[in-house]
Ligand binder design. Structure first.
Ligand SMILES: Nc1ncnc2c1ncn2[C@@H]1O[C@H](COP(=O)(O)OP(=O)(O)OP(=O)(O)O)[C@@H](O)[C@H]1O
Ligand SMILES: [Mg+2]
Length: 367
């Protein structure tokens, strides 16, 4: 990528904690909670991800040195992307998946809810040696996924769908998923998801009106689908939240958006986020990636793996776009608040993929 594009893709993150302070603070916590001999070193940032903070570090405890990754809830004084943040829910998801499936998730060692140590609750998991396809700049722009032979990418896609298949085998019928239900937001799992999004949007918009998002809610209501079987939804189901080694998934990360709902919620999100990155690449004059996470092949492979017939994927894609649109008005607003972005004249321009969503709503996208 030419350097000016590289620079344009770089996103400053002034809202993150200072790593010089996190290491010593983590050590204080470890000495108080785990053992007085605990030593923390090599605190560093993985440099991927937009909404949360991950700190990589080493810790020596009882003479043994291990490598860890901490996931920190966002600091309350920075411009928040989400109205609530439940670190315990994320730990529960990872522990449940670890206990009930053979999907690889990091081993969660400690959950600390007391904000006195790092300013917010956090969890500490074992560090896994793998690589996630980057978000910044997106993997479709170039790098190890783009450089791989097509058949390797195809295998990577299939293995990733295999992960979804296994996660979707967990359902309220065979696992305790009650902690993921949101009864105050609706009567069924899908109603709860949309109800939750309405509640989120009402907080996120901060008194502003975003006509494109209002139209998307209206479209979803007007075209309400038959609701399929309720299963575990990973939530932020996308390749960027999987660590791979030799192109095979070795850790499934990022459970903050986990819910219960139809399988199509995760499938559509996975395809949509790829489409979003592809579309961005095309805007930058790059070819993008058209042999990976494509609509037809994802449906065919998922159906073959699971025997489940994928239904109403258009609806779930627009729902995915809605979720991402609300997140994106918050991340855009945060950029404006920190001076890394300018306030656009039209509020809908805060939706980074505005054109894509408009084409979906008027039907031209599918043709
Ligand atoms: N257990 C782990 N072992 C090794 N690396 C990890 C681990 N957890 C997180 N990471 C590193 O941190 C990066 C970001 O992690 P994650 O996707 O969980 O959070 P995030 O991207 O900050 O959150 P969000 O996607 O909500 O913005 C990963 O791509 C990976 O490089
Ligand atoms: Mg992530």
């Amino acid at each position: 990528m030419p350097p000016e594009e590289e620079a344009a893709m770089h996103i400053d993150t002034p809202w993150r904690r200072d790593l010089e302070e996190v290491g010593p603070a983590m050590e204080k916590w470890a000495r108080a909670v785990l053992g007085p001999d605990a030593q923390v070193s090599e605190a560093g940032s993985p440099g991927n991800g937009m909404s949360s903070e991950t700190v990589l570090f080493e810790m020596t405890l009882g003479g043994e040195t291990e490598r860890y990754a901490a996931r920190l809830a966002p600091m309350p004084e920075v411009y928040p992307v989400f109205p609530e943040y439940d670190i315990e829910l994320q730990a529960k998801c990872m522990r449940l998946v670890q206990a009930r499936t053979d999907v690889p998730v990091p081993d969660v060692r400690w959950v600390e809810l007391d904000p006195q140590w790092l300013g917010t609750p956090f969890l500490v998991m074992r560090r896994v040696d793998g690589e996630a396809p980057p978000d910044i700049p997106p993997y479709v722009f170039g790098g190890w996924v783009a450089d791989a032979p097509p058949e390797t990418r195809a295998a990577m896609q299939r293995d990733t769908l295999q992960v979804l298949k296994k996660l979707h085998e967990l359902s309220p019928a065979n696992a305790d998923l009650a902690f993921l239900a949101r009864p105050k937001h609706g009567a069924t799992a899908l109603r709860q998801q949309i109800g939750y999004q309405r509640w989120y949007y009402d907080w996120a918009r901060d008194g502003m009106s975003y006509p494109l998002i209002d139209r998307t809610f209206a479209w979803l209501e007007a075209n309400w689908p038959e609701e399929g079987e309720t299963v575990l939804n990973w939530g932020d189901a996308r390749v960027g939240n999987v660590l791979y080694r030799d192109f095979a998934p070795i850790a499934v990360l990022d459970w903050e958006m986990a819910k219960v709902g139809p399988r199509e919620v995760d499938l559509a999100w996975m395809i949509f986020l790829h489409t979003f990155f592809h579309d961005m690449a095309v805007t930058f004059g790059l070819p993008g990636m058209t042999d990976f996470m494509q609509w037809d092949s994802v449906i065919a492979e998922y159906e073959e793996l699971t025997g489940h017939q994928v239904e109403n994927l258009e609806w779930f894609t627009i729902y995915a776009a809605l979720r991402f649109a609300i997140v994106s008005i918050r991340t855009s607003k945060r950029g404006i608040a920190y001076g890394t972005m300018e306030e656009p004249a039209d509020p809908d321009d805060l939706v980074m993929f505005r054109g894509l969503l408009e084409r979906m709503l008027d039907g031209t996208y599918w043709a």
